[in-house]
Design a protein around this ligand. Structure first.
Ligand SMILES: Cc1cc2nc3c(=O)[nH]c(=O)nc-3n(C[C@H](O)[C@H](O)[C@H](O)COP(=O)(O)OP(=O)(O)OC[C@H]3O[C@@H](n4cnc5c(N)ncnc54)[C@H](O)[C@@H]3O)c2cc1C
Length: 169
């Protein structure tokens, strides 16, 4: 939206004069914590579905959850979810305390969204052919979760934001 020569009264101003861009970046800091939380929700949903399915689905006369290859996937998914949660809680706690969270929110968003995409991918894999059809929830997690590495700034932009913060120190 462009507002050319738009005049408005002092009492209608949001924030300070000429600081709109900085203010909007601060809003993104908070939004990124929300996208990290959204990623965790979808990752947890995909993991829960995959865990349940792996206990039900039998191949070679036993549940596929007894195969070490499937267990390894479930373990990696669970560890990624926990790590995403901890990064997100840190950023959210700091945000609630009124601190700047540029670095922490970008880290939480980057890690949680990339992890969620990987988890949804593995959840489909654990479902085999059934991962493709709408009778099971994982195909929807797989489609929806990709938003999280794009919205509120792509993963590439999160890395750029984090790099700036690291180089500043
Ligand atoms: C489902 C969905 C919902 C959305 N909802 C909203 C919303 O509610 N409000 C809103 O404002 N926006 C929303 N967006 C837009 C979203 O924020 C943008 O799509 C996102 O920021 C990327 O911008 P872009 O699409 O213009 O991609 P581009 O900026 O064209 O990027 C294309 C590619 O180039 C890379 N790239 C771009 N610049 C650089 C750089 N400097 N260094 C390295 N790589 C770079 C990007 O990472 C990406 O891989 C939504 C997007 C989606 C998919």
């Amino acid at each position: 939206m462009l507002f050319n020569n738009c005049r408005l009264p002092q009492n209608q101003m949001l924030g300070k004069m000429n600081e709109g861009f900085i203010d909007s970046l601060r809003i993104l800091d908070g939004g990124r914590v929300s996208i990290a939380a959204l990623s965790i929700g979808m990752a947890q949903g995909a993991y829960d579905a995959a865990l349940k399915y792996s206990k039900q689905r039998k191949q070679f006369n036993r549940p596929i959850s007894e195969f070490q290859a499937i267990q390894n996937k479930l373990v990696d998914m669970a560890v990624q979810i926990d790590a995403s949660r901890l990064l997100t809680y840190r950023a959210a706690t700091m945000l609630d305390a009124g601190k700047r969270v540029t670095r922490e929110s970008a880290m939480a968003k980057l890690f949680a969204s990339e992890a969620a995409v990987s988890i949804a991918n593995e959840a489909v894999q654990i479902h085999g052919g059934y991962g493709f059809i709408k009778d099971y929830p994982v195909e929807k997690f797989y489609r929806d979760v990709k938003l999280c590495t794009i919205g509120e700034g792509t993963s590439e932009i999160q890395r750029l934001v984090i790099a700036r913060q690291l180089l500043k120190d």
